[in-house]
Design a protein around this ligand. Structure first.
Ligand SMILES: Cc1cc2nc3c(=O)[nH]c(=O)nc-3n(C[C@H](O)[C@H](O)[C@H](O)COP(=O)(O)OP(=O)(O)OC[C@H]3O[C@@H](n4cnc5c(N)ncnc54)[C@H](O)[C@@H]3O)c2cc1C
Length: 211
């Protein structure tokens, strides 16, 4: 028989997310949504509660929670406004867990630790104006230049792009594989907002996830 009941820890995280969303966000979310305004202080509070590193091991600065806890926290945040849940999906799910799985130890120390502590905000840039589900249609490309990689391209629909410090950016590094639509010719780069040439722009007039 499988026991589907929640553990003490999972229930504690559920309550923490519920209390935060109800007390800190619910009273203001109508106004933020109407004005299409993102309130960065929400991130600071989420960081203080350990929500921004929920499933990242404690040795990398996270809270060490499991995926059920992440699901419960997402449910509670989504209940108040989907924009809050998106933060967890992107900052933790798409970026930080990718670093945890595939990053080198040096990359984890430099990027994952501050992200799990909520000191840095992170997102994931795969989608482009002409490439969504069909990922091999991306046009961004990266070329080696001495000790550097030069990345050229444009991404679109990148959650948190306006506020993120760190990005995972996907680009073709093998032009021959690109011709054959072989996805193994795509690489992923850690890009900091402060790197030369990085710019982001806000999409106005969205129908949802406005806050
Ligand atoms: C709220 C939100 C946040 C997002 N955040 C990010 C982010 O942080 N980072 C990022 O990289 N991207 C992000 N995206 C982009 C998202 O990943 C893309 O929207 C998604 O990959 C789908 O691509 P598309 O919108 O171009 O739709 P398309 O791929 O053009 O699909 C349109 C429709 O066609 C259908 N379809 C597509 N291909 C096929 C097929 N082969 N057979 C049958 N049906 C098909 C789809 O099911 C869909 O109904 C976000 C999108 C949203 C809505």
């Amino acid at each position: 028989m499988i026991d589907f009941s929640f553990t003490e820890e999972q229930l504690m995280i559920q309550k923490l997310a519920r209390d935060f969303a109800q007390k800190e966000v619910a009273p203001r979310i109508k106004e933020l949504d109407e004005k299409a305004e993102f309130d960065r202080s929400i991130l600071t509070k989420m960081a203080e509660l350990g929500l921004l590193g929920l499933t990242i091991p404690t040795k990398y600065g996270g809270s060490g929670g499991d995926y059920i806890s992440l699901g419960l926290a997402c449910e509670e945040l989504e209940y108040v406004d989907t924009s809050l849940r998106v933060i967890l999906s992107v900052h933790i799910g798409l970026n930080s867990l990718t670093l945890l799985s595939w990053g080198t130890e040096e990359q984890k120390q430099k990027y994952l630790v501050p992200q799990a502590q909520g000191k840095k905000i992170a997102t994931f840039g795969l989608t482009e104006p002409n490439a969504g589900s069909d990922v091999v249609a991306i046009e961004a490309r990266a070329q080696r230049d001495g000790d550097y990689w030069i990345i050229n391209g444009e991404k679109m629909w990148i959650s948190l792009a306006d506020v993120a410090d760190n990005f995972l950016i996907f680009a073709w590094t093998d032009p021959e594989k690109r011709k054959k639509r072989d996805h193994s010719g795509i690489s992923c780069f850690i890009v900091e907002r402060s790197f030369p040439g990085v710019s982001t722009a806000t999409i106005h007039g969205k129908l949802g996830i406005r806050a």
